[in-house]
Design a protein around this ligand. Structure first.
Ligand code: TMP
Length: 254
């Protein structure tokens, strides 16, 4: 049982437990959904199971094209084994189309294509509402160095190309997404890897034809059933068994 293991950290959507070997952790996906820095909360049946499987799918795919991630293997429906990393306290956001805070800030209509992918950063701090920060801030406050930022942008754009392509193939537009980056130390040698999760909690995904939202905006904006939206993403990616495609309770293919 998860409860007998040593809990290392509990966040809004996930819990980290000590892993089976040194340098590893077990990442447990909860059903909790939050928005607006946890001012809005709910338990969404099955969300954790879907995000565990979806994040595995994306992390494995990234590994296959040579993008390093923290992912080792999925253990069960809600848990995966990951490398222990030192999380850089930034949300690295990549945008292909205007939406969310960018649309609000600049008055650009949601869905408007951007002239090129835009990478931006927020400082991970719920009490402050994850404020947007510049490279100057990041370097001045010592969260990362210039070389790290160059590597982070390059990682973020590779993730963007990969995810955009995968989603395009199943009729979904990748509007924007957020990733987190971790440091792994090998003695004095440090490398950066994609950490945390990649799931519809951290992406904006619109159906290509109808612009139906298939991501956490469904919860943020009360647009319908969140599990249905995430199940649709998993179904299109071939992660749902054929007979369960219309079921509310997600049953996933291994
Ligand atoms: P934003 O438009 O609200 O700045 O969000 C940009 C993208 O980042 C969107 O895909 C949602 C994701 N995101 C998170 O995953 N976590 C967060 O805390 C925030 C603010 C955004």
């Amino acid at each position: 049982m998860a409860s007998r293991r040593k809990k290392v950290y509990e966040g809004k959507a996930k819990i980290l437990y000590e892993g089976t070997e040194p340098g590893t952790l077990i990442q447990y996906f909860k059903d909790d959904a939050t928005a607006f820095n946890a001012q809005k909360k709910a338990v969404v049946d099955g969300k954790g199971v879907l995000n565990n499987r979806l994040s595995e799918f994306f992390m494995v795919g990234l590994g296959q094209i040579g993008v390093p991630t923290h992912f080792i293997r999925r253990i069960n429906m809600r848990e995966q084994l990951i490398r222990q990393v030192e999380i850089i306290p930034l949300e690295v956001i990549v945008r292909n189309f205007a939406a969310g805070s960018l649309s609000k800030r600049l008055g650009i209509e949601e869905g408007e294509p951007l002239p090129r992918p835009i990478v931006e950063y927020s400082y991970k701090n719920d009490e402050l509402g994850d404020p947007m920060v510049s490279e100057e801030y990041i370097i001045a406050f010592g969260w990362a160095q210039q070389q790290d930022l160059d590597d982070i942008v390059s990682l973020a754009l590779r993730v963007n190309d990969f995810l955009s392509g995968v989603f395009y193939g199943v009729g979904i537009k990748l509007i924007d997404f957020k990733i987190e980056i971790g440091r792994i130390w090998d003695g004095d040698f440090m490398r950066l890897v994609v950490a945390d999760e990649i799931s519809p909690d951290s992406c904006r995904l619109w159906d290509m034809k109808t612009s139906r939202k298939l991501d956490k905006d469904v919860f943020r904006r009360d647009l319908g059933n969140l599990t249905d939206a995430y199940t649709e993403v998993a179904r299109r990616l071939g992660l749902m068994p054929a007979q369960a495609q219309n079921m509310t309770k997600p049953t996933l293919i291994n």
